[in-house]
Design a protein around this ligand. Structure first.
Ligand code: C5P
Length: 219
């Protein structure tokens, strides 16, 4: 039962993909549906938290009680997160932030010309790592999508990005992860870990939120 587990806590989260514009009609994107992040936001509300959700473009209804801020690109998401960050107790980075964006976005639609188009991309800021690098940081939870050696890569990311907790899903399995309604997670924190078995995203989100609440209050 989640009731009261995060009573009075302020939770800032991100969810969904980011879309990186090439020109007014084209973009670089990814297949994130935002379902896991939205389910986590609903679970955080059920636990009594005050929830702000920074969402990339998704086709999902806002969970009751959630304050939602819509953004499009990684740069917009970074800006919204840092504007909202002061006073937050917990940060959960569930968004599939694009690692790269078009280096020279165009104001006019690019005309078809020639047999090839080489699109130059430039690195986006790592929102999660930037939040975790702050002195007055909240409790920081990240996600990782791995195809192999899940624990090794997740623990490495936990350390490298200075996270308090990381939730890894193995991608490339049927019924799992991006776009699908079910998920399974391996969760790691500096002193331990837990596997959350395959379930619908609501159930998995509620268990993950319980682990977050436990580790946050124990810290
Ligand atoms: O290193 P990797 O991209 O696999 O890490 C994934 C985690 O980092 C997710 O929690 C994601 O929300 C976050 N992230 C971010 N900003 C980026 C890239 C990833 O916040 N530019």
């Amino acid at each position: 039962d989640l009731a009261g587990k995060l009573a009075g806590a302020r939770v800032l989260m991100t969810a969904g993909p980011t879309l990186e514009d090439i020109d007014p009609v084209r973009y670089v994107g990814n297949r994130s549906s935002g379902k896991m992040g939205f389910a986590l936001a609903a679970a955080a509300v059920a636990a009594g938290a005050e929830v702000t959700l920074v969402a990339g473009p998704v086709q999902l209804a806002t969970p009751a009680g959630v304050r939602r801020l819509d953004v499009r690109s990684a740069l917009e998401m970074h800006q919204a997160v840092f504007r909202e960050l002061p006073g937050q107790d917990i940060y959960i980075g569930a968004a599939a932030v694009a690692d790269y964006r078009p280096a020279e976005p165009m104001n006019c639609k690019r005309k078809k010309s020639g047999d090839e188009w080489q699109l130059r991309l430039t690195l986006n800021p790592d929102i999660l790592a930037d939040v975790a690098a702050r002195d007055d940081r909240p409790f920081v939870v990240g996600f990782a999508a791995e195809t192999n050696d899940v624990e090794k890569h997740a623990r490495d990311k936990l350390q490298r990005k200075r996270l308090d907790m990381i939730a890894a899903n193995q991608v490339g399995l049927p019924h799992c992860g991006f776009e699908s309604c079910d998920n399974a997670l391996s969760v790691f924190w500096p002193g331990g870990g837990e596997d959350i078995g395959l379930g619908d995203k609501q159930t998995v989100a509620r268990r993950l939120l319980q682990l977050i609440a436990e580790q946050w209050s124990a810290r």
